[in-house]
Design a protein around this ligand. Structure first.
Ligand SMILES: [Zn+2]
Length: 141
């Protein structure tokens, strides 16, 4: 436990520091980006545990997008380091693409009017409760 007594607690807290970090606007942006980006793993893990199969929920892509944009702005405006700018410069492209595909996929699917189950496009019957689905309406979309 010697390391604990060797820590200079006075350096880490006070004088604008909290946990040895000098906080200012860009530090908040950067750490917020870290927190948002990191939280997406828990969101994905939770969704997977809940359904007992590997799933990537929409929230994962939103958190990825927001987190990477915060980290990109930190890298561009504060850090100005080419390595970190490159790391986040293009990641938003697949995030946005996944959100678009997710939305189109959801729109193409049929909602069962009886049980609310989301059924694949062109389904004649709900696979959960067997209710006949409005096929003509879906085909014209
Ligand atoms: Zn149904």
């Amino acid at each position: 436990m010697e390391w604990l007594t060797n820590i200079n607690w006075q350096d880490g807290f006070g004088n604008g520091r909290f946990f040895w970090i000098e906080w200012h606007f860009w530090k908040v942006v950067g750490w917020l980006g870290n927190a948002v980006f990191f939280s997406r793993f828990f969101v994905q893990w939770y969704a997977t545990e809940r359904l007992k199969r590997v799933v990537v929920p929409t929230a994962f892509w939103w958190l990825s997008l927001l987190g990477s944009l915060l980290l990109l702005s930190y890298a561009l405006c504060y850090q100005r380091d080419s390595v970190f700018i490159f790391a986040y410069a293009f990641t938003w492209i697949p995030y946005i693409r996944n959100l678009i595909i997710h939305r189109r996929h959801k729109e193409a699917h049929l909602d069962c009017p009886r049980c609310g189950e989301i059924c694949p496009p062109h389904s004649n019957f709900c696979f959960a409760c067997g209710t006949r689905l409005a096929v003509g309406e879906a085909a014209s979309k």
